[in-house]
Design a protein around this ligand. Structure first.
Ligand SMILES: Cc1cc2nc3c(=O)[nH]c(=O)nc-3n(C[C@H](O)[C@H](O)[C@H](O)COP(=O)(O)OP(=O)(O)OC[C@H]3O[C@@H](n4cnc5c(N)ncnc54)[C@H](O)[C@@H]3O)c2cc1C
Length: 441
């Protein structure tokens, strides 16, 4: 085994199994592929120097290294497909500086903690996943990138949403690179295949006192039209806006939606409440619940409404029904609502629609994370084809490689060229970058 004296390590089998998993089991296809994959060693560095020592030792031994933050990824991103070391970054939680709205933090910091630190200084995160309370910022940069705040700021791949990183390479010897602006793109959503992120510089946005609001509608199309109007209502400041088929809210523990009603969830500033009431009235909706987001977030027994949104919607259903899975799609920018109706009409029974209003490249649209009754792989791909026929992009969550899964979420830049430079032996999270594996073959 590696000589890592002084660094926290473990070979405990139960712990290794736990630290070799994420939420890939949402997908029956990934479950079959990844169940049983396990690391040989867990190493938990406390600083950059220890990261470099682990990489140097693993390189010398020819052992793969797979980074792990909170382990909340959905596509097996942090599952070590070829064993080796799982490097758990959750011990590097430093909140280093906040100046002029730019935060510098270590990768293992949980996003909820970054926000709690920034808020008293007048700032908050621009973007966070619905796993804000459990996921790390390193995992969000390397494995996620869309979510709450996307209605205003787009995704993490928009230029300006990630200002810079420090990254440890798998070169001989391992080195630290400090990358800013576009130069950081090669580590943006590359699943830790292009280096271990040891620091992140993020732009923040002025903090707001968000209020979570729930609105019920007798008709899904009214809910969708209301969400679309709200997304375009520039006079109402909002952090998110999501719509759910009436079959989904019964799974949302803690939110008593009137029976049989479609649901709209949004987070707006208190100043927007009057205008929201008028907008909702125009679309025959009824506001039935509201709460302060920050108070709910701080209370482990409460549920901020974003934990019903994004990929939490699927989780809420899976908690009570393991017979479903999901997709990730983006509706076209033109004819968005028409495309939404058309997809629903194609799959009236097995697909329960859930959409999130988001901005891509400055244009508003809806992303969808619909819950889908699982039958088999062939049927899943028929449903994907149905979405594509209605003009939707797909970011397939049933595959493990960056290239096959990213779809419309791919970050521009020469990630393959960068990979070859920083990890010539292909030891960082092997099996996840298809173009690199093909290039080597
Ligand atoms: C219920 C649920 C809801 C979700 N909602 C969203 C959502 O709204 N938006 C979204 O984008 N995602 C979402 N996800 C996916 C996931 O929660 C997020 O992407 C999250 O940010 C991942 O962070 P993590 O710390 O758990 O990363 P992990 O799962 O630990 O890691 C993710 C990837 O990043 C790599 N990695 C981790 N740390 C580093 C590092 N320091 N250096 C290099 N590579 C690293 C890992 O190797 C892995 O490939 C959701 C998942 C679940 C289960």
């Amino acid at each position: 085994m590696l000589d890592l004296g002084g660094i926290e390590t473990s070979t405990d089998r139960a712990l290794l199994r736990q630290k070799s998993r994420d939420f890939y089991w949402y997908s029956p296809i990934l479950k079959a592929l990844l169940d049983g994959k396990c690391a040989d060693l867990l190493a938990r560095p406390k600083d950059e120097a220890e990261v470099l020592r682990i990489l140097a030792a693993a390189r010398a031994a020819g052992m793969p290294v797979t980074a792990r933050g909170g382990g909340t990824g959905n596509y097996g991103q942090c599952v070590p497909m070829q064993g080796g070391v799982v490097m758990d970054l959750s011990g590097m939680t430093g909140l280093l500086s906040l100046r002029d709205g730019v935060a510098e933090v270590e990768p293992g910091a949980r996003m909820v903690d970054i926000d709690a630190w920034a808020r008293p200084q007048g700032w908050e995160l621009r973007l966070w996943p619905s796993t804000k309370r459990t996921a790390t910022i390193g995992g969000f940069v390397a494995g996620g990138g869309a979510g709450v705040g996307g209605l205003h700021h787009g995704t993490l791949r928009e230029r300006g949403n990630l200002l810079g990183v420090r990254v440890a390479t798998m070169q001989d010897p391992p080195a630290i690179l400090d990358l800013d602006g576009d130069r950081a793109s090669p580590v943006n959503r590359t699943y830790g295949t292009t280096g271990i992120i040891t620091r992140i510089r993020l732009p923040l946005t002025p903090a707001q006192d968000w209020r979570d609001v729930a609105v019920a509608f007798a008709d899904f199309d009214d809910a969708a039209r209301c969400a679309w109007a709200l997304a375009h209502a520039d006079g109402i400041a909002k952090k998110m806006c999501a719509v759910f088929d009436a079959r989904l809210p019964p799974f949302f523990k803690g939110l008593e939606t009137p029976a049989g009603q479609a649901l709209l969830l949004t987070s707006i500033t208190p100043a927007g409440m009057v205008a929201l009431r008028d907008l909702v009235g125009d679309h025959r909706g009824t506001i039935f619940a509201d709460q302060g987001m920050a108070a709910a977030e701080a209370d482990p027994a409460a549920t901020p409404f974003y934990e019903y949104c994004w990929n939490h919607t699927t989780l809420q259903v899976l908690k009570r029904d393991r017979g479903v899975t999901y997709l990730q799609c983006r509706f076209p920018f033109e004819g968005t609502l028409e495309s939404l109706s058309a997809v629903r009409a194609r799959f009236p029974d097995e697909l329960w629609m859930h959409t999130e209003c988001v901005r891509f490249g400055g244009r508003l649209t809806m992303s969808a994370l619909p819950v889908i009754r699982w039958t088999n792989e062939a049927r899943l791909y028929e449903i994907i084809a149905g979405f594509e026929a209605e003009g939707c992009g797909i970011a397939n969550p049933h595959v493990v490689t960056i290239e096959e899964g990213s779809g419309y979420r791919r970050v521009p830049g020469d990630q393959l060229g960068f990979k070859k430079m920083v990890d010539p032996l292909g030891l960082l999270n092997p099996g996840k970058m298809k173009s690199f594996e093909e290039d080597r073959a």
